[in-house]
Ligand binder design. Sequence first.
Ligand code: FE2
Length: 247
Amino acid sequence: MKIAVIADIHGNAPALEAVLADIDRQGIRDIVNLGDHLSGPIDPASTADLLMARDIVSIRGNHDRALITLAPDEMIATDRFTHAALSDHHFAWLRTLAPTRHMDEHGLFLCHGTPESDLVYWLEDLTPEGIVHRSDASRIERLGAGVMASVLLCAHTHIPRLVTLSDGRIVLNPGSVGCPAYEDDEPVAHKVETGTPHASYAVIDKTGQGKADVSFRLVAYDHASAARLAERNGRPDWARALSTGWM
Ligand SMILES: [Fe+2]
């Protein structure tokens, strides 16, 4: 059976529509969604409406948490824009989302960053100079210790990657549906750049006996329309990232 894994939509409704259409075309019915659904200067409300209308298992990301726990004047500018664009029923939906989730029937564990944190990178790490690189194997193993599932799903860094642990469990980041590049100041200033405007997600094909094939999908969509919306909402930095995958 196949399960689609989406994450880090960041309010990009056109990208989400394209990814859901791609999933539907493959006849995949089970979708899991790893958080940071709405935060972005494109179309947060339409993104929420799309997600709420579908049978998708979703957890909460760090930006989703900020939207329901901080006052607008405590938020970063992107979250503040997002907060202003949403309605009460969108916030009510966000409040239903747990930070992590086990789906024992599929052998899955879902988290946004790591099992313990929605902010810590799992499969990537940073040098003190802010260079993003694949995390070392021992750190990846340590962060997954004791989590009982054959497939551990994470997101947050927007970088598609699959790592196999020494006991055969896999850790999978599907990449980002709606935000192919970003910069962050924490814990040190750094950039993540995938170098393509494509919308990224993954498909798990459970082949039995705990084994799973994984396909990464990069979906072309009308990124120019998403970039135009970001530009109109005062975010030329997002417009460039959406158009090119570079900051
Ligand atoms: Fe995140």
